[in-house]
Design a protein around this ligand. Structure first.
Ligand SMILES: C[S@@+](CC[C@H](N)C(=O)[O-])C[C@H]1O[C@@H](n2cnc3c(N)ncnc32)[C@H](O)[C@@H]1O
Length: 225
């Protein structure tokens, strides 16, 4: 199945909102770290329900663009706001419809590893971000997060599984400085007591604690020199 087919189906079933709820545990910390200022233009890559653009508008006078490859996702996202400066568009990560140096910041939450060619996507981000612009890249699917290793098989679409060092290397190869890299734990997801395991997702409580609290979400921040 293609990424578009997969996420169009999710959107049609209303699963974009469930994703938003789960990802918000972490995304709110990512967005709070971004150095956005009034007047900035911010891209959300793989926007899903579009919550990042809506949230950024609550704290700063920015213009946001949510880009997603699944038209149904974009349709849903657009229907959740009537704010004229929170825009949404269908597109793919490797061909960003923006001029060189035209954006101030970009963010992506739980989407980057779906890129058909993540190196080409980074080249595109490097092209469209202005000098001093930042790219906040948050992923749960990364090599050190051992309990996510079977996702590609389960979701049924191709994914790129880099480790922390590889993210840093590839950012640098694309021309970014790596400003920071760390993992953000999800402290809000409810972890049941021992006796309730195994669950649908985890054999043991220890595994679920490792997945969410220990490994959490990898955030790599690139800055355009
Ligand atoms: C797991 S969802 C995450 C959505 C949202 N960022 C969130 O945190 O809930 C990944 C999204 O990225 C989009 N996506 C994945 N690969 C893409 C690509 N190569 N080009 C454009 N969109 C893509 C999918 O359509 C999907 O809506």
């Amino acid at each position: 199945m293609s990424v578009r087919e997969e996420f169009d189906a999710w959107a049609a079933e209303g699963r974009d909102r469930g994703m938003e709820e789960r990802h918000w545990h972490t995304a709110k910390h990512v967005l709070a770290r971004m150095p956005v200022e009034a007047g900035d233009r911010v891209l959300d890559l793989g926007c899903g329900s579009g919550y990042a653009g809506r949230a950024l508008r609550e704290t700063a006078d920015v213009r946001s663009y949510g880009l997603d490859g699944a038209p149904e996702m974009v349709r849903n996202a657009a229907s959740y706001t009537d704010d004229p400066v929170v825009g949404f568009l269908v597109g793919d990560f490797e061909h960003l419809p923006f001029a060189d140096d035209s954006l101030d910041h970009a963010v992506t939450m739980e989407a980057f590893y779906y890129a058909n060619d993540p190196r080409a996507a980074l080249d595109e981000l490097r092209r469209v971000l202005r000098p001093g612009g930042t790219f906040y890249c948050a992923v749960n699917y990364f090599e050190e997060s051992v309990h996510t290793a079977d996702w590609e098989e389960n979701v049924g679409v191709a994914m790129t599984r880099w480790g922390m060092a590889e993210y840093r290397d590839v950012f640098r190869e694309a021309g970014f400085h790596v400003a920071s890299q760390d993992t953000i734990p999800d402290r809000e997801i409810e972890i049941p007591p021992d006796e309730e395991f195994p669950t649908d997702g985890f054999d043991t409580r220890t595994a679920m604690v490792e997945r969410y609290r220990t490994h959490g979400t990898l955030l790599t921040v690139g800055v355009v020199p």
